[in-house]
Design a protein around this ligand. Structure first.
Ligand code: F6P
Length: 357
């Protein structure tokens, strides 16, 4: 099949590096193949009704490498074409047919989707409806199956580590316990990596339900040894043993850091504070590692199209770009291996996870 015109869209929560992928995709499509590129505005929705397409030439992506967010806009994850009918989520196939039809009518030979597990599941479904879909993995949580690292994770880790460094000095000045809540809905990659990089006393993640008595004991042991401050990092999706995750409101995680700080204060008698890092982890300029990763994924998407790898996700495996079927990563999560080397390294450093005896 000869390719002439390709499209790119961004879906779900943003991640630093999205603009870098768009830039690299446009450059490689133009430089390597002379293809015409259009951007679809506001995720999958931009292809419905009268398609909202924006021409993307080299001049349109100038200066994007270091810019956070997405110039194309995005919509919420996972609900494209799905509707709640009497409490049950039902897919409206007509929306998927319309997407595939409109892409074809616009002469688009490939649609690249920058998105997480939910968005890649939609991309897979669109592929089954005949749309020429290619996925690129995106999430700061780094929990996508099939690829070793997603862009945005390194920037989030940088922000979280910087926050921990700053909390250290103020915690030490006031002999306090500081709890930092970071993102990580289902997987604790950011908390684990930031805890290691920031030298925390405890790392609490969704994969290892915690007992706060263990953490309180760790704080007491430090006190006894003359270290009168402690730092805890907790993923927003972490939960106590036998308990459930904490939600601010339906569907929106958040608040476990406050709870843990309050309970640790009661158990240890120490002054405790909680900080929620939130969207600071997602905004702003990507790190050099994420800029390079974004560039590789953007160029990789062009390569995948040129190879006809439709219905596949561009993936990084052992530092080599390859593709895996979208279905392999759709609606799946890559959890932190609880017996893996990173967790074992942390334990050997005396960091507790809350499951110790
Ligand atoms: O999936 C990435 C993520 O950053 C999660 O860690 C977090 O729970 C979620 O997005 C927040 O999404 P929203 O911007 O919709 O609140």
């Amino acid at each position: 099949m000869s390719i002439k015109k390709v499209a790119i869209l961004t879906s779900g929560g943003d991640a630093p590096g999205l603009n870098g992928v768009i830039r690299a995709f446009v450059k490689s499509a133009v430089i390597d193949h002379g293809w015409e590129v259009v951007g679809v505005e506001d995720g999958f929705e931009g292809m419905i009704g009268t398609p909202r397409l924006r021409p993307l030439r080299n001049s349109d992506v100038r200066g994007l490498l270091g810019r956070g967010g997405t110039i194309l806009g995005s919509t919420n994850r996972g609900n494209f074409g799905w509707h709640n009918v009497d409490g049950e989520m039902v897919r409206h196939d007509a929306v998927y047919q319309e997407f595939a039809h409109n892409a074809k009518a616009e002469g688009i030979d490939a649609v690249v989707v920058l998105g997480g597990d939910g968005s890649q599941s939609i991309a897979h479904d669109l592929y089954t409806f005949g749309a020429p879909m290619i996925g690129v993995p995106k999430t700061i949580d780094n929990d996508l199956v099939g690829t070793d690292q997603t862009f945005g994770f390194d920037t989030a880790l940088q922000v979280a580590t910087d926050a921990l460094d700053r909390l250290h000095t103020t915690a030490e000045s006031h002999d306090r316990v500081m709890v930092l809540e970071v993102m990580g809905r289902h997987a604790g990659w950011i908390a684990l990596a930031a805890g290691l990089a920031g030298g925390t006393e405890a790392i609490l993640i969704p994969e290892i339900p915690f007992d706060l008595d263990v953490v309180a004991r760790k704080i007491a042991d430090r006190d006894a040894a003359g270290a009168l401050f402690s730092i805890i990092v907790i993923a927003e999706g972490a939960m106590p043993k036998g308990g459930t995750a904490t939600y601010q409101r339906e569907g929106l995680l958040g608040g476990i850091g406050m709870q843990v700080a309050a309970e640790l204060g009661q158990r240890t008698g120490k002054d405790t504070r909680a900080v929620v890092l939130g969207h600071l982890q997602r905004g702003g300029s990507p790190t050099p590692i994420d800029r390079i990763l974004a560039s590789r994924y953007g160029v990789g998407a062009v390569w995948a199209i040129s190879q006809g790898r439709f219905g596949q996700l561009v993936a990084l495996q052992n530092d080599i770009l390859t593709t895996v079927p979208l279905l392999e990563c759709a609606n799946k999560i890559k959890p932190v291996p609880v017996e893996g080397q990173l967790v074992r390294t942390a334990r050997s450093l005396g960091i507790v996870f809350g499951d110790e005896q």
